[in-house]
Design a protein around this ligand. Structure first.
Ligand code: DX5
Ligand code: ZN
Length: 217
């Protein structure tokens, strides 16, 4: 699959979200980081902002829920207009039931792993998912340094996907930039979240094209 680049609006200007979404039209997805100040020590936005964003942009929304109790809240993000919803396995009570519910509501179901969460216990769950997110920083903030020690986990996850003949996408999030994206792609990731590397650039749309070209090389 051709590499997909998902700019993270966490690094955008929150007072100008509609314009910031337009600035990256041409990106595959817009990555929307939802934080509740409990699962992570930061607070961002919730369902009403996702509803407004879904109306403001034609780019599909990839909602990354860094929240407690995703079993209760994730379905509301599908109703708000998200085309993909990612919950953290560390926070979910019933990940299989939740993934099925997200799919039944019409969105892609995705599960995220914090850096210290191994993939191996979840091998049997992979067929229930459309995407797996491997965090390459501790979730909570943009602009952190990429954790190279996650590369073996990306590689092992790609091997599991191949072994089971699955179609699911493998996303990386955190510290992805021009200097790290090639390592992620080489390890087997095919969906790349980039916050500061896109919105910190003079021309965000150009930054998206540059990252995609690097990942596809
Ligand atoms: C961090 C978020 C990321 C963040 C990435 O917890 O999940 O999506 O926006 O930002 P960068 O690309 O700057 O590391
Ligand atoms: Zn994210």
């Amino acid at each position: 699959m051709a590499a997909q680049i998902n700019p993270s609006i966490l690094s955008a200007d929150f007072a100008r979200l509609a314009d910031e979404a337009k600035a990256v039209e041409g990106a595959d997805w817009l990555h929307v980081d939802v934080m509740d100040n409990h699962f992570v020590p930061n607070l961002t936005l919730g369902v009403p902002v996702v509803e407004s964003l879904a109306r403001a942009t034609g780019t599909p929304l990839d909602c990354h829920l860094m929240i407690e109790n995703p079993d209760r809240w994730a379905p509301q993000y599908v109703e708000a207009g998200a085309s993909s919803v990612t919950f953290h396995v560390e926070a979910a009570d019933a990940p299989v039931r939740l993934a099925r519910e997200i799919r039944a509501k019409g969105a892609r179901a995705s599960m995220a792993l914090r850096p210290a969460t191994p993939i191996e216990p979840y091998e049997d769950l992979l067929p229930e998912l459309d995407m797996l997110l491997i965090m390459t920083v501790e979730p909570g903030f943009g602009g952190q340094a990429f954790l190279d020690i996650m590369l073996p986990k990306i590689r092992r996850t790609r091997e599991l996907i191949t072994k089971h003949g699955l179609q699911l996408w493998l996303q990386v999030d955190g510290g992805v930039s021009a200097s790290t994206i090639e390592r992620c792609a080489e390890a087997g990731a095919d969906v790349f979240v980039a916050g500061s590397a896109v919105y910190g650039a003079e021309d965000p749309a150009e930054a998206v094209r540059g990252l995609r070209a690097q990942a596809d090389a």
